[in-house]
Ligand binder design. Structure first.
Ligand SMILES: *Cc1c(COP(=O)(O)O)cnc(C)c1O
Ligand SMILES: [Zn+2]
Length: 400
């Protein structure tokens, strides 16, 4: 059962009724979902989670879907956390861990946001929605939209990964490609929703996907025996996953499931070809500027300006974290290294985390005894173009 209370603006704290459809606050900022946390604390103990389903819906009290029958699910969440023993030894970081979000339905952690966002939208009466995407969110929202019997309109860059274009179309979504970036797709969607009356499911204009992504933080806490790692690295595009993890840890402290001093450092990783958050961080700013000419192999983090930039920067600052940019060369090398040393074929965005770990270890920011968790946000098998290999071809009678 949900303990949903209300929506609250992340910038001006204005409250909104949670039982009506909302997008942004009147001030233009994203709305965050608030719960009756004292009531959760009074009615649930963390031990009670033990016998629950191995999916993100084990945290129903912390999620906004009010009628359990309204949950649209493909089995998302409860992904494994694995020690990276060989790689950790090589990097001088024996406490290196990876949480593999590539095992989610649709092959990325976007499934969590889509499961929650689609479920709640349907519960509030939405039958048709539109959204811009860099790729994976389109695949996920198309899949969950199909499962929910909803009509999806999805706009993505013409150079978004082919698999994202095709998976979304295969799930019956109305997919359009724009000769431009996700920001251009966003403007097209804004005009379309105004014209057609569809629900605007754009990242952070839609308040509930954060809640799905928040379950990554809840899982990290529970799966680590309520003793989360010291540092969590996240490849930030819109930064929704990082905001979600930050919110999860906040809520767990508020209900006493984590001690007050428990404050894992959150690291936002970006690509050098699109690093608006890093630039803002380095300048000591609270907001970011639009990044011109955004380009990186890590397509999921090719977001030139995030609506929730100020929340990401606040989360990083408040937890003693850092924002780091890595090059595409480092990303591709890290992707191969993870595959060769650990057998994990991670996505380029996840590989950006590993590249950042190497930098932060070299600079001394990461001490050797730190327990460090990398989020692999998607499955490497969705990115064949990032795995160039020219392989020898044999005639049938050839010897090896
Ligand atoms: C969308 C995406 C990201 C970035 O997520 P945000 O919440 O927008 O920061 C990272 N990795 C992958 C694989 C993605 O699809
Ligand atoms: Zn506001």
């Amino acid at each position: 059962m949900s303990f949903l209370s209300h929506l609250e603006c992340a910038r001006c704290a204005q409250r909104y009724e949670a039982r009506a459809l909302h997008n942004l606050c009147a001030c233009g900022s994203p709305l965050l979902v608030r719960y009756d946390l004292p009531a959760i604390a009074a009615s649930l103990r963390r031990e009670d989670l033990g016998g629950r389903p191995a999916s993100m819906w084990r945290y129903a009290e912390f999620l906004p879907v009010e009628d359990p029958a309204g949950v649209v699910t493909l089995g998302e969440g409860w992904t494994p956390i694995m020690p990276l023993e060989r790689l950790g030894a090589q990097l001088g970081l024996p406490g290196l861990l990876l949480k593999d979000e590539g095992l989610n339905p649709t092959g990325s952690f976007k499934a969590r946001g889509a499961a929650c966002g689609v479920s709640r939208a349907r519960e509030l009466g939405v039958t048709e929605f539109a959204m811009p995407t860099a790729g994976n969110a389109g695949g996920a929202w198309a899949a969950y939209g199909a499962r929910a019997g909803m009509r999806a309109h999805i706009v993505m860059p013409v150079d978004a990964p082919l698999i994202n274009q095709r998976e979304a179309a295969a799930c019956g979504a109305d997919v359009r490609l724009v000769r431009g970036l996700i920001s251009d797709a966003g403007r097209i969607v804004a005009r379309a929703v105004a014209q057609h009356g569809w629900f605007d499911a754009s990242t952070l204009k839609e308040p509930y996907r954060i809640e799905g992504k928040k379950t990554m933080g809840l899982e990290i806490a529970e799966q680590s025996g309520w003793d989360p790692p010291d540092v969590i690295l996240y490849p930030a595009g819109g930064g929704v996953g990082l905001i979600g993890i930050w919110k999860a840890l906040d809520e767990l402290r508020a209900i006493g499931w984590l001690p007050q001093h428990c404050r894992p450092r959150l690291v936002a990783v970006q690509a050098e070809g699109c690093a608006p958050l890093v630039r803002a961080w380095e300048a000591g700013r609270q907001d970011s500027d639009f990044w011109e000419g955004a380009a990186t192999v890590a397509s999921g983090i090719r977001v030139p300006k995030a609506l929730g930039d100020f929340i990401v920067l606040q989360a990083v600052r408040e937890t003693g974290g850092v924002c780091v940019a890595v090059s595409d060369t480092e990303i591709l090398a890290a992707l191969q290294r993870m595959a060769q040393v650990e057998g994990l074929l991670i996505c380029p965005e996840g590989a950006a985390n590993l590249a950042a770990v190497m930098r932060l270890r070299d600079s001394g920011w990461l001490p050797a005894d730190a327990r460090v968790l990398l989020l692999n946000t998607g499955a490497g098998i969705k990115y064949p173009e990032a795995l160039p290999a020219v392989l020898p071809v044999l005639e049938p009678e050839a010897d090896l």
